[in-house]
Every structure is written in structure tokens, then in C-alpha cells.
Design a protein around this ligand. Sequence first.
Ligand code: HMG
Ligand code: MG
Length: 289
Amino acid sequence: MSDSVEIFEVGPRDGLQNEARLIPVAEKIALVDLLGQAGFKRIEVASFVSPKWVPQMAQSGAVLAGIRRVPGVSYAALTPNLKGFQAAVAAGADEVAIFGSASEGFSRANINASVAESLERFGLVTEAARQAGLVVRGYVSCAMDCPYDGPVAPEAVVRVVAALLEMGCYEVSVADTLGRASPEAVDAMLHAVTEAFGAARLAAHFHDTGGGALENISVALARGIRVFDAAVGGLGGCPYAPGAKGNVATEAVAAHLAALGYETGLDRAVLAEAAQLARAMRLGDAKLL
Ligand code: HMG
Ligand code: MG
């Protein structure tokens, strides 16, 4: 088994999307540019969703236009539908992500569609991406439990992961959206999905509401997962998952992985600086920005 692990930085998107203060584009660009120096291969920087649903992401095009691109880094954007995909391409996103849910309640609350309807829309996006030569990543939210429907069966996750892989996603990230899943529930879900698809095309995405994300990352490592989403400074939360807190903090994941002997290729000093900037952005602290 490989002892190298990739952290996929999602702070500029998942981290910032839920902030109450409308963060100026220049601050977002400064964060992305700093993260670009940390050694990530992929950074999720934008989201082409309805500005009525997520006002914080409305200036995603300006963010992508303003960043200093580091060669070899893929700058990613969320796209819920064809309209979002076209905007992401126009803004120069290197890859896009479609985001589904294993539960009906969250799918309806987050993207105003049933799971089946969402998969139809995503099929249009993956087809357009194929034609445009862009790769597509997939997410499955509520892989253990849902704020609206309660516990989610591993088989429901397997069904949505299967659909996303079949339509051409190169990787699917299974998410603990609420950030409170038990290690047992994470293990049961990952057992089902890795048995069905292997671990190489899967990633895990933990929010850390309950403080158990690092333990759950260890559970996922034991199931062979080698890509983890995280947000610098522990920023984050989903506007359509009430009570969910930030993503697990990138710098904490990097330290956890280093202690376990895994190589991430990240510069921990740059990460610490980016975490400080992220926290200042959250506080809106002009002195620190
Ligand atoms: P809808 O209201 O059903 O959309 O929303 P619609 O197709 O009926 O269109 C309504 C209006 O939205 C129209 O404008 C469209 O043009 C516009 P109007 O005519 O009223 O002026 N519209 C758009 N505008 C910009 N970009 C677009 C777009 N599409 C339509 N792409 C929709 C459906 C999917 C658009 C909406 O529900 C939405 O934007 N949802 C996104 C919610 C979101 O971003 N949630 C957070 C990200 S997911 C997440 O954080 C979870 C994750 O981290 C993993 C985990 O932790 O679980 C990934
Ligand atoms: Mg998330």
C-alpha cells in the first residue's frame, strides 16, 4: 500500500461558502495564491451555483480570473448543472465537480432536485465536460447521515457512487456533511464502497462538527483511501446542512498524516500561514489581513 496521501484543499470553496461576511474577491485571491505555494495538486476555489442560493460564491469568476496560477495545480469549481458548467469553463476552471447526495432530503434542500433528477443533470455536465476535455470529480453528500432523513444506508451511497463513476467522474468523494459520523458508521460505508469500486477512485470528505474527523480519517486510511478533502484553518460549513461546522482543518490532517508516517508533499509552514489568513478572513480582522 502506498504511503503517500493527497490532501485536496477545499477551503476557498467549502470553507468560505458559508461565511456570513461577504468576503472581498481580493482576500479570496490572496488565500488561493498562498495555498498555491503549499504544494497542493488540486485546490477547489469556486462554485458556479445560483447566487440566490449561495451569495458568497457569486464572484467565483472574478476569483478564477485574478489568481496567480501555479503550473501543475488544478483549480477546481463546483457545477450543479449545465449553466454552472458553462460559467466554469468560461472562467477557466481546470476541472469541475458535480455534487449529489445519498439522501433525498439533502438533495432537495441543497440543489432542489430528487437524487434521480440530479443524476440526470449531472449526466449533461459530464457529457459537456467530455466534449470540452475537462475532467469531472463527484461528491456524495450525507454518506452516513442526513440532517433531514436521518441515518443513510451504505447501499444508498453505493448506488450514487456507481452512477457518478459510470457517467465518467475520475474520482468520487464521499462526505460526512454533518461532521458527526461515528467511526463505525464511516467504516461500514467505506467497506461497502471500497468493496464495490476499490479505493483508488474514492476520496473522503469530513466536516468536523463532533471533533471525530481525524479518527475517521484513520478509519478511511485502513480501508485504503488515500485522498482527503480538507479546508485550511478548519473553515467551512454547508448552508443547507443546519448545524454542520467546518471541514476538518488541512493543517491538522497534514500533522495527523505525518505522525502516521504518510507523505503529503505539503509545506507545513505555508499551511500555517494560510490557516492564519483563513482565520483572519473569518473574523474580518483588517489588522491581520
Ligand atoms: P433552482 O432554483 O431549482 O434553479 O436551483 P432553476 O434551474 O429553477 O433556476 C432558478 C434561477 O437560478 C434562474 O435565474 C437560473 O438562471 C439560476 P432567474 O431566472 O431566477 O434569475 N441558475 C443559476 N445561476 C447561476 N449559476 C447556476 C445556475 N443554475 C440556475 N449554476 C440550483 C437549482 C442547483 C441552481 C440551486 O439549488 C443551487 O445553486 N444550489 C447550490 C447549493 C450549494 O452550492 N450548496 C453548497 C455546495 S454543496 C456542499 O457544500 C457539499 C460538499 O461540500 C460535500 C459535503 O460536505 O457534503 C460538496
Ligand atoms: Mg463539504
